[in-house]
Ligand binder design. Structure first.
Ligand SMILES: Nc1ncnc2c1ncn2[C@@H]1O[C@H](COP(=O)(O)OP(=O)(O)O)[C@@H](O)[C@H]1O
Ligand SMILES: [Mg+2]
Length: 294
């Protein structure tokens, strides 16, 4: 079904098509090699709605950037632990982000795990993290706990991606406070924009009170199906609302993603030639071209 994706993300070079977001479709150059690594730019993948592609995007963007030679740390910040699972990491008997949040003396490197993808490390999470908010509420500077923890490892990475949980609670505020930028994945479905105003409000509040320089790095349309009028209309509305903040790269809907997560691999490793893998590689190139990533 959705495996045969059409639309601008697969357009051939000898056309000059308009991309799905209404701008001319362009390629982005392969990112140049870096001379050294770090300090990391930290990006939160954030939307309080579940099932919009936060985790899928974190995994596959992380793997794509790692493939371009960037040193990447992916932080699982959702008690569901889907990012950890999607990268094949078992979390029941290892230290996780929860241990790091609760013990400021803890060496963050005890919590960092290498993934099977070269250049990609992970700070895993499991259900323990669901108790973190309760513990943090009474802490001094409770919103800065994650920022403090990541500061110690940021020098070793070019980019840190934080996979947020579907809520606007204290954990997400911690992620936004720790981040230089935020990417908002939006599913091209009914009600895609519902709740986004509240998310933007939360980002604005964090900018106002905790993290004056946080930038909106982009709105990413996911699960786009060029064959349906509905998908195209939703994307049009998203572009009306966010203009050039909508990333030119759009992620198509495909069953390859569920398949890849079951395999515990990013799609860029599971099916590197697939249009969906190519879309995430293009997203990585676009973010480098935009200056969101080194
Ligand atoms: N582009 C896509 N096409 C089809 N299915 C997708 C796509 N992106 C993600 N999915 C699937 O949708 C579900 C929700 O995605 P996920 O990344 O976990 O969202 P979130 O982290 O926002 O809750 C998962 O089962 C995932 O495999
Ligand atoms: Mg998720």
């Amino acid at each position: 079904m959705a495996g045969s994706k059409r639309g601008a993300t697969t357009a051939s070079e000898n056309e000059t098509p308009i991309g799905p977001t209404g701008r001319p479709y362009r390629g982005f150059p392969t990112p140049p090699k870096l001379d050294g690594h770090g300090p990391a730019r930290i990006i939160a993948l954030c939307n309080q709605k579940g099932g919009v592609g936060k985790t899928t995007t974190t995994i596959n963007l992380a793997a794509s950037l790692a493939g371009y030679g960037r040193k990447v740390l992916a932080v699982d910040f959702d008690p569901q632990g889907a990012l950890s699972a999607g990268l094949g990491i078992q979390t029941h008997d290892i230290p996780t982000i929860y241990d790091l949040l609760l013990d400021s003396k803890r060496d963050p490197y005890e919590v960092v795990v290498a993934s099977r993808v070269e250049n990609l490390d992970v700070i895993p999470a499991n259900i323990d993290l669901s108790a973190a908010e309760v513990h943090l509420v009474n802490e001094v500077a409770r919103e800065q706990t994650l920022a403090r923890a990541l500061r110690k490892v940021a020098a070793d990475y070019d980019v840190i991606l934080i996979d947020c949980q579907p809520s606007l609670g204290l954990l997400t505020v911690n992620a936004l406070t720790a981040s230089h930028g935020v990417i908002i994945p939006l599913e091209c479905e009914f009600f895609a924009l519902r709740g986004v105003a509240m998310l933007i409000e939360t980002i604005d509040k964090v900018r106002d009170r905790l993290n004056p320089t946080i930038a909106l790095d982009g709105v990413l349309a996911t699960m786009y199906d060029a064959r349906t009028l509905h998908s195209r209309e939703v994307l049009e509305r998203v572009v009306d609302a966010f203009g050039d903040d909508v990333l030119e790269t759009v992620i198509g809907r495909t069953v390859k993603f569920p398949d890849a997560s079951v395999s515990g691999m990013p799609i860029t490793e599971f099916a590197p030639e697939h249009a969906a893998a190519q879309a995430y590689l293009r997203l990585a190139r676009e973010l480098v071209a935009r200056g969101a990533v080194a």
